[in-house]
Write a protein that binds this ligand. Structure first.
Ligand SMILES: *[C@@H]1O[C@H](CO)[C@@H](O)[C@H](O)[C@H]1NC(C)=O
Ligand SMILES: *[C@@H]1O[C@H](CO)[C@@H](O)[C@H](O)[C@H]1NC(C)=O
Length: 426
């Protein structure tokens, strides 16, 4: 704090590159996008009821062309449905709110209507909101205001409220705990990109204000969140640890050095095709709210140089006319999927030097997209350019086709290859 420019960045998330894709209707996938048969495991429920139970949500969305993944949550009594962007880069869940609203994108009848259910400053959930304005001495009976500012400079301002969240647990029980969340009545969306079509954000960060942390405090689930995002589309999300396989997961300790960022780890070394790139000491953030992966300037330059060198003499040419992403290549004829080009690209690896050399493998599928024009583009962007300083963000593109588990009790993050298209039975 105190550093210029670092104000209320309690959240790191959501680089919506929607504007670029806005002309393409979501979900209009061709069958050619189908992944080849893979030997990925499908997920089965482990022993249930180790601690309360779990909740599983189907996930919709994709990295390209939509740019985000979301779940549909029921809130209120009688419940209404809200599409929420899933974001492991922030804590607070909020919905667009009719209070009345500035910057809401949903029609009025789809907004959340507060009903004398405002949370006051005296509530511990309010104290868990770590933004500077909240540290001022306030009348404990006053309403708990919040502001969340995202790394893309978008923001939501509003008031905390409490309402029922009807949830179906894996043990069959349906319970509707009253949870605190943000009623956002002043949203700003940054830059040239059009605002998302979701009604808000589901914060999966490890702070006390998150929905999962509240469920944990009530004794309903473990303080564990996981997601499985399919590279084709959709996937699933879970609260609790029933779905976490007992073996086969790569676990990485997360650090608490950087309070405004969640699920940070490092230092990591960048390898290309199994060989050192000379880039190390990378601080890495896992952020499902970001569509793409961001490297700092040094790692980005090394990656671009090495990829360009590898493509020398291969039938891929620069395609600057494709505006989908900063760097694209075209072939002699349009590509249908990353599978058509993956032989020209080597895997990138982040090797975590502090954790018995735990490695996050980024196969070509984890850093390339094929655009509507049939070109292949680099889904790793220059983070320094968007103001991320030295941080490196692992976004959705690199989290696909893996079960990713954020264990807030043991402060570790884990992953394992998985078939995310099949929703586990509960
Ligand atoms: C199912 O799990 C919920 C949440 O942990 C718990 O409150 C409830 O008592 C459990 N129901 C049964 C029948 O065990
Ligand atoms: C990344 O962005 C920074 C800041 O705009 C710029 O100085 C740097 O040259 C860029 N790196 C590459 C490799 O393009």
């Amino acid at each position: 704090m105190g550093e210029k420019g670092q104000t209320i960045m309690m959240a790191l998330t959501a680089f919506f590159f929607l504007g670029m894709f806005a002309t393409f209707p979501a979900g209009c996938f061709s069958d050619s996008n189908q992944h080849p048969q893979s030997k990925k495991k499908s997920v089965h429920l482990a022993s249930p009821n180790r601690f309360g139970s779990s909740v599983i949500f189907p996930v919709q969305g994709n990295v390209y062309p939509l740019g985000y993944y979301f779940v549909t949550l029921k809130i209120g009594h009688p419940p209404k449905l809200y599409d929420l962007d899933i974001d492991s880069g922030s804590d607070l869940t909020w919905v667009q709110c009719d209070a009345p609203c500035t910057g809401c994108t949903k029609p009025r009848n789809r907004l959340y209507k507060p009903n004398n259910n405002v949370v006051t400053y005296a509530d511990p959930v309010c104290a868990a909101m770590r933004y500077p304005g909240n540290q001022k001495a306030k009348d404990p009976n006053e309403q708990c205001d919040y502001v969340v500012t995202y790394a893309d400079h978008g923001s939501s301002l509003g008031v905390l409220v409490k309402d029922y969240f009807p949830l179906r647990f894996t043990n069959g029980s349906i319970i509707g705990p009253r949870l605190a969340f943000g009623c956002g009545y002043d949203q700003k969306y940054s830059g040239p990109h059009s605002p998302p079509s979701t009604a808000g954000v589901l914060g999966l960060g490890n702070g006390k204000a998150s929905i999962v942390s509240q469920l944990h405090t009530m004794g309903l689930t473990r303080d564990v969140v996981g997601h499985c995002l399919s590279g084709r589309r959709g996937g699933f999300l879970f609260f609790g640890d029933d779905l976490v396989p007992s073996s086969g997961i790569i676990w990485l300790p997360t650090s608490r050095n950087s309070p405004e960022y969640h699920y940070t780890s490092g230092p990591a070394e960048l390898l290309f095709g199994g060989k050192s790139t000379g880039v190390n000491g990378l601080l890495v953030v896992f952020d499902s709210g970001s569509s793409y992966t961001y490297f700092n300037s040094q790692a980005y330059r090394a990656t671009v140089n090495l990829l360009t060198k590898e493509l020398n003499g291969k039938p891929l040419k620069d395609a600057p006319e494709d505006q989908s992403l900063p760097i694209c290549w075209k072939g002699t004829k349009p590509f249908k999927s990353v599978g058509d080009v993956k032989n020209y690209f080597k895997p990138l690896i982040l090797s975590f030097t502090h954790a018995k050399n735990v490695q996050l493998q980024l196969a070509p599928e984890a850093y390339l997209i094929v655009t509507k024009q049939g070109n292949v583009c680099l889904g790793i962007l220059n983070g320094t350019e968007v103001g991320l300083k030295n941080l490196n963000i692992i976004g959705d593109i690199s989290l696909q086709d893996k079960m990713v588990i954020y264990d807030n009790e043991k402060q570790q993050i884990g992953w394992t290859p998985a078939n995310c298209e099949r929703l586990p039975r509960s």
